[in-house]
Design a protein around this ligand. Structure first.
Ligand code: TPS
Length: 533
């Protein structure tokens, strides 16, 4: 079979043409703009007219050497000798179409869930159109919008097959990079392309619309190679990790990065104080209108959904998007995600919209995130100690949440508890520092998010310095950032708890702030209890 380029797949819909715009003119302009494959989609057109449109479209596509696919109508596909047929779930089954069409005809099918992907594999489809990835008004959707994480799950099922995949539904130039970077399986299986209807068909200048999308796709393909070539070292040992953490401690103190925190009303003051004590600078801002400006100046963003009100949610959506665009680390704390459907939906929305560099949660939160029922939750706390095999669990979640991330090559996951487990999808750090008084005050988990964000900001700023030296892209070491933040808090807690002036949880907190500000390289080297697996 000839090699098909699925990069920019135009699906037509004449109803969306701007008033006065001729369909064939629009199609030719989009071909000039760089669409690589075209599907003729006519839902309410008589056969004779459909045939005429398909024939003339085929001529045009042939001139630009672009394959033509017919939607749904096998008879029209046969009549115009189309390169392929696209079917929906209620159209003719792929296996039947295969028997009726000439050999080498491409057959694609729309898929919305894993069962439909499974069936497409069994039936021998050549490609799948996965969606709707975002909301769209072009088609009446009778199935859920799946987001980039939904696409990622389906790509994972396609790992090892030769079936190609495009995403479709609500794809615009504004969300195209996010769609491409986010839609990836744990094994880095990415999309072969994207399909669009309204973004091109609805344009007065379709050539420009197509060219803009095509340029973004090329830039994604280039950056994909960069990410693979520059992934962070996976040769960690206890010594290199401690040296790295000490280096980050000094960097936080010297550079005092600005840490933008959208956090919990319960702990705003504590988190801001802990951030200052570490040597960084907090800014606690939630309003959507200032997120773009803040992303230009902060060193890292912390998003904590502890008290999730609608205005803060809007701010979180925007802050993460702007942070990603500027390659700033994003630390995400999905507080109590298992506690309510509302939180679960909100977390899905956020994780589908931007990429986190670090996700931190207790056993119940990470279980809810991963869809595991091994751990129960009560409010925002876990019940029981956690997972049978926390090391494998945390490694698997890190793999699952890994994206073609713009700020780092992986998503680091922190499973917090009496023992903390941190993974980048390959390595797992097991940290045994801490004190039970931490669990007797509110917000110690939230504060650990502030500490991680401060250390991740330092890790990213080191990467930027290296980048300036070497003149090439360098990825920030978020694994070290997460370890550094957790060690800072847990070691300071141990020291605070044994001070003479500490009598219990009330006096513990001010002592903890003191110890965070007194933390030194020597203390970290002497006290860190860490294993790297
Ligand atoms: C390759 N489909 C799913 S969403 C949508 C369509 C037509 C509308 C998107 O419009 N995959 C392929 N071809 C198809 N026809 C479908 C899926 C079905 P917009 O880009 O304007 O949001």
């Amino acid at each position: 079979m000839t090699l098909i380029d699925y990069s920019l797949y135009l699906v037509t819909d004449r109803k969306l043409l701007p008033p006065g715009k001729d369909y064939f003119e629009s199609l030719e302009q989009s071909l000039r703009g760089g669409v690589t494959i075209v599907q003729i989609r006519e839902k309410d057109t008589d056969t004779a007219e459909f045939l005429d449109i398909a024939l003339r479209s085929k001529d045009l596509c042939d001139r630009y050497k672009v394959p033509l696919i017919v939607n749904d109508r096998l008879d029209i596909a046969l009549a115009v000798q189309a390169d392929g047929l696209h079917v929906g779930q209620r159209d003719m089954p792929v296996s039947v179409a295969r028997k009726l069409l000439p050999a080498n005809t491409i057959i694609g099918v729309s898929c919305n869930n894993l069962q439909e992907i499974e069936k497409a594999i069994q039936d021998g489809a050549d490609y799948v159109g996965i969606g709707a990835v975002w909301a769209t008004t072009t088609k009446d959707l009778d199935k859920p919008v799946i987001g980039v994480r939904g696409v990622g799950e389906m790509l994972q099922r396609l790992d090892g097959t030769s079936i190609k995949a495009v995403a479709i539904g609500g794809i615009k130039s504004q969300n195209l990079l996010r769609t491409l970077h986010g839609s990836v399986s744990p094994n880095n299986h990415a999309l072969d392309g994207v399909a669009v209807v309204s973004e091109i068909m609805g344009s007065l200048i379709p050539e420009q619309a197509a060219a803009r999308l095509s340029e973004l796709i090329s830039s994604f393909k280039r950056s994909g190679c960069i990410h693979k070539a520059l992934s962070v070292s996976s040769d960690y040992s206890v010594t290199t990790v401690i040296d790295g953490v000490v280096d980050l401690l000094n960097c936080v103190r010297e550079r005092s990065p600005l840490i933008h925190q959208i956090t919990n009303n319960v702990v705003i003051a504590q988190s801001a104080n802990a951030t200052i004590a570490l040597g960084a600078s907090p800014i606690m801002a939630t309003t959507v209108q200032e997120m773009e400006d803040l992303a230009k100046i902060h060193g890292a963003l912390l998003v904590n959904i502890g008290t999730l009100v609608p205005t803060a949610y809007e701010g979180m959506m925007a802050a993460g998007t702007f942070a990603n665009a500027r390659r700033k680390p994003v630390v995400f704390d999905p507080v109590g995600v298992g506690a309510s459907e509302f939180r679960k939906k909100a977390v899905g929305g956020l994780l589908n919209t931007w990429q986190s560099s670090v996700i931190k949660g207790n056993a119940a939160e990470l279980a809810a995130l991963a869809g595991s029922n091994e751990v129960q939750s009560k409010g925002v706390d876990s019940v029981g100690s956690g997972f049978k095999d926390p090391v494998s669990f945390v490694r698997n979640v890190a793999r699952k949440e890994r994206k073609h991330s713009i700020s780092s090559s992986c998503c680091v996951v922190v499973l917090s508890g009496k023992i903390d487990y941190i993974s980048d999808g390959t390595n797992v750090a097991v940290l045994e520092n801490g004190h039970e008084l931490l669990s007797k005050m509110t917000g110690s988990g939230c504060i650990s998010g502030s500490c991680i964000a401060s250390y991740c900001a330092a890790a990213m700023s080191k990467a930027q310095m290296a980048e300036e030296d070497q003149g090439k892209m360098v990825i920030g070491d978020m694994f070290l950032g997460a370890i550094g933040g957790i060690l800072a808090l847990t070691i300071s807690a141990e020291l605070a708890a044994v001070r003479d002036d500490v009598k219990g949880p009330g006096t513990f907190f001010p002592a903890l702030i003191d110890e965070l500000s007194l933390l030194s390289s020597r203390i970290i080297r002497e006290r860190a209890r860490i294993q790297i697996l």
